[in-house]
Ligand binder design. Structure first.
Ligand code: 5GP
Ligand code: MN
Length: 336
């Protein structure tokens, strides 16, 4: 592993660069990727952002979004960019399986790989890393990279600031999760000074849903929510028929699990979705309850302590039963 500061010298000359992030990118994945993109192009680099899959429309207004290449739409072009890159920045993930099929090409590429991430247990495919689980968002680490490692705060223009603000805002639950330290607020203040329009960004991300998505939320809360008071837990189950009926598209299910967590006393909330290929799980918890442990142990996944995910190839009914059967094991932690 090389020292991340030595990138300063490497990035002094124009390079062929690919930036990639995890599949089904969220606000932090897109905000950090396009934030870094908007910084590197100012330095004269040839840069492309490649996402493994599509992403929600509420992120498609980000500055220079049209420059993003979606791997599943442009496989040959993406593979060639990855193969010919001199540097590949891997943002907001630390295991190649998180970028699906693209992982094989990134792994094989002779490019130097730079990982910037805040998830637990990096796999170790990287040559350089800027990593800590104490960051509230990868966008926070990109800010730190530009300002403190590259010593180039002057490159944080309105576009960079807008992208990084979006990443920090979404991954910190709008500045409410415990990782939102005073330092994060200082960074956010600096991003506003650099041109990020905070109120406009909140509106573009959070007030951008379709009518059908709002009605879907109502359906989830009235017909699909189960509360297990004795375990301080709540579960929302979404079937493939629900997805079809409400014309759910990428991103529409994001945030729904948080409604279950907002019930007084609930420490663990789960959202189970019957996706076309497999059953997807999202867990959220409060305090020191390890949601990621459950995902890792039972559902092929992982994540952060309070926000984790995974999947199962079983039928949705079986997955729901499995979750219910796991709760007694964690009862002591759940009722604390
Ligand atoms: P979400 O519930 O929003 O899909 O994911 C929440 C967090 O859980 C993500 O930021 C990511 O860290 C983690 N996560 C979600 N799905 C998976 C998965 O399949 N594998 C792993 N290792 N982590 C996941
Ligand atoms: Mn993140």
């Amino acid at each position: 592993m090389s020292e991340i500061a030595s990138l300063k010298e490497l990035l002094a000359q124009p390079k062929q660069i690919v930036i990639t992030t995890h599949h089904k990118p969220d606000g932090d994945a897109m905000g950090s990727s396009l934030g870094l993109y908007n910084y590197l192009v100012q330095k004269g680099h040839h840069v492309r952002v490649i996402t493994p899959t599509d992403y929600p429309t509420f992120l498609q207004w980000l500055p220079n979004n049209p420059e993003v290449l979606i791997y599943t739409d442009k496989k040959t072009e993406s593979e060639s960019l990855v193969a010919n890159a001199e540097l590949i920045f891997c943002l907001d993930f630390n295991a190649l399986s998180r970028i699906n099929e693209l992982g094989k090409y990134v792994g094989e590429s002779k490019a130097l790989k730079v990982m910037i991430d805040h998830h637990l247990e990096p796999e170790g495919f990287d040559d350089y890393r800027h990593w800590t689980i104490n960051a509230c968002a990868t966008a926070q680490l990109v800010y730190d990279f530009i300002v403190n490692i590259m010593d180039e705060r002057h490159f944080i223009n309105k576009d960079v600031a807008t992208c990084l603000y979006t990443g920090i805002m979404t991954d910190s639950g709008s500045f409410r999760f415990p990782t939102t330290t005073a330092e994060v607020h200082h960074i956010v203040a600096d991003l506003i000074n650099c041109g990020a329009e905070n109120s406009r960004i909140h509106q573009l991300v959070y007030d951008n849903f379709s009518e059908s998505r709002l009605r879907f939320l109502g359906h989830c809360l009235i017909n699909r929510l189960e509360v297990f008071t004795e375990y301080n837990s709540a579960l929302i189950t979404v079937t493939k028929d629900d997805l079809q009926k409400f014309q759910i598209t990428t991103g529409d299910t994001e945030g729904i699990v948080n409604y279950a967590l907002s019930i007084n006393g609930i420490r663990l909330a789960a959202l189970v979705i019957e996706r076309p290929d497999r059953v997807k799980l999202s867990l959220r918890s409060t305090g020191d309850f390890p949601a990621n442990e459950i995902c890792k142990k039972y559902f092929n996944g992982g994540g952060h302590r309070n926000a984790a995910g995974g999947f199962s190839d079983k039928k949705i009914e079986a997955v729901v039963e499995e979750i219910k059967s796991i709760l007694p094991e964690y009862k002591t932690l759940l009722i604390q």
